[in-house]
Design a protein around this ligand. Structure first.
Ligand SMILES: [Zn+2]
Ligand SMILES: [Zn+2]
Length: 93
């Protein structure tokens, strides 16, 4: 069963994959988040997202994370996913 703090799920998962999937979907955990632009790996989606942001900033001082135009696109996609859907204010009228 899931033993993460604060988790209300007391299901005894029969298979490890089921637990993993639960932790992945419910807690954002999982070793699957790999940066597409360097070799770093993240077990939390928000950590990965923060790191991805570093790839989107071209002129940082002491940057240890290289800028990638692809990361900008990827990061924008992610932002679309996490922000609540809203009607755009600007119409094309
Ligand atoms: Zn859980
Ligand atoms: Zn990276």
């Amino acid at each position: 069963m899931c033993n993460l703090p604060g988790c209300k799920n007391k299901t005894a998962f029969k298979r490890r994959e089921h637990l993993k999937r639960h932790q992945n979907t419910k807690h954002g955990l999982g070793p699957e988040m790999t940066c597409d632009f360097c070799v770093k790996k993240f077990n939390r989606r928000d950590n990965w997202r923060q790191h991805l942001r570093l790839h989107t900033e071209p002129n940082r001082r002491m940057a240890r994370t290289n800028f990638h135009i692809g990361a900008v696109l990827r990061y924008n996609e992610e932002k679309e996913k996490i922000k609540p859907r809203r009607q755009p204010l600007k119409g094309n009228s």
